[in-house]
Ligand binder design. Structure first.
Ligand SMILES: [Zn+2]
Length: 151
């Protein structure tokens, strides 16, 4: 079993998010699990394997090779755009939440896979918004301190 490399230099991958316009300010949410990405704080991956939850001795820092745990990111912008398009139009005009496409910094334990990476820690790097307006863009820029553009 090879050891999982630890990355000091952040890796930049691509992701998509929902943008949840909460009263406290817009928040990014993972597409798959609806997990909030807190503004100003890194996201840390946790393994949800049943054995790890039941038996502390089996728990481990995420990600681990052979598991599905970790924060996912894609290597190519085109792959993230394809994913976004397959999910359909975003924004209130389509009765959907706005969406964000952007780069994400990955660090800590980083496992490379075919399409990209799974990482221990992640934080957005920059965002392009779909189905959003200037107010949402300004809120994300202020709270997450990242570059935000409207598509
Ligand atoms: Zn795991």
């Amino acid at each position: 079993m090879s050891r999982t490399p630890t990355s000091i230099e952040p890796v930049l991958g691509w992701r998509i998010w929902h943008v949840d316009p909460t009263p406290g300010g817009p928040r990014l949410r993972s597409w798959a699990h609806s997990t909030e990405w807190p503004a100003g704080q890194k996201v840390e991956a946790h393994c949800r394997s049943i054995l790890g939850l039941a038996l502390p001795a089996w728990s481990h820092a995420a990600p681990r090779k052979g598991h599905a745990c970790g924060v996912y990111a894609l290597r190519d912008r085109a792959a993230a755009e394809t994913m976004l398009h397959e999910l359909g139009e975003a924004g209130p005009a389509f009765n959907r939440l706005p969406a964000a496409l952007g780069r994400v910094s990955l660090w800590g334990r980083v496992v490379e896979n075919v399409a990209g990476w799974r990482a221990q820690f992640a934080y957005p790097y920059d965002l392009v918004l779909f189905g959003a307006d200037d107010e949402i863009a300004a809120g994300l820029r202020r709270d997450y301190a990242v570059d935000v553009a409207l598509a």
